[in-house]
Design a protein. Structure first.
Length: 218
């Protein structure tokens, strides 16, 4: 499934979700380090303000480390940091660890630290924006591989995601097969439309005859 997803782009997958009446597209998460598309299965991390966290049990653990250890090469870590606090939801040592693990990248609904370091590592990070402010004494992790909310989309561990310069798009594991089928059909139609334009057909004819019908549900 990951290989098929990686051959698409976020727009085709978002269009497929629209066609199927599903949610999943999140805008405003920008490529902060490497402007490269990533696609894969998800491991999740949930962060909250330190004051909102339940009492800790067991030895202290730095945020994101359990997700790195749980993830397999090619997978993607997705971090929820919706506290409103300007504090890093990811940082440079974590990027080094994830890169060494062979992970495809990180998507953070929150600020991210050490962007220059991630850029030097050629490690893709998508996020709300950069910051230099540490998470220490500001935000804490309350769960790894738990349900999270990214934008307005609920994301479960094991779901799929594709991210590129247009958007970040999540697909539930239960829906991945039919979303890929629909997205691949849309991509084929768009390729034929582009070829028709290159062959000299008027753009009004191409868009009117094909594009307006392409996302009709049913």
């Amino acid at each position: 499934m990951t290989a098929r997803l990686g051959r698409l782009d976020a727009c085709a997958v978002s269009d497929a979700l629209d066609k199927l009446g599903l949610a999943g597209c999140v805008t405003g998460l920008l490529p902060l380090s490497v402007p490269r598309k990533i696609a894969g299965r998800v491991h999740t991390v949930k962060l909250v303000a330190k004051e909102a966290a339940p009492p800790a049990s067991g030895p202290p653990r730095h945020l994101g480390t359990a997700a790195i250890e749980a993830a397999q090469p090619g997978e993607i870590i997705v971090v929820e940091q919706r506290s409103g606090i300007d504090a890093g939801s990811w940082g440079g040592i974590l990027s080094n660890g994830a890169k060494l693990r062979g992970l495809a990248g990180v998507i953070a609904d929150g600020p991210v630290r050490d962007i220059d370091e991630a850029r030097a590592l050629d490690f893709p990070i998508y996020g709300r924006g950069p910051t230099a402010r540490t998470a220490r004494n500001r935000v804490v992790e309350i769960g790894t591989d738990v349900p999270v909310t990214i934008g307005e989309v609920g994301v479960e561990p094991g779901d799929y995601v594709i991210a590129d310069g247009s958007a970040v798009v999540f697909i539930s594991a239960a829906e991945i097969a039919r979303v890929l089928d629909a997205a691949e059909a849309i991509a084929r139609r768009e390729a034929l439309m582009t070829r028709a334009l290159q062959d000299g057909r008027p753009i009004t004819e191409v868009m009117g005859a094909d594009y307006e019908q392409m996302l009709r549900q049913g």
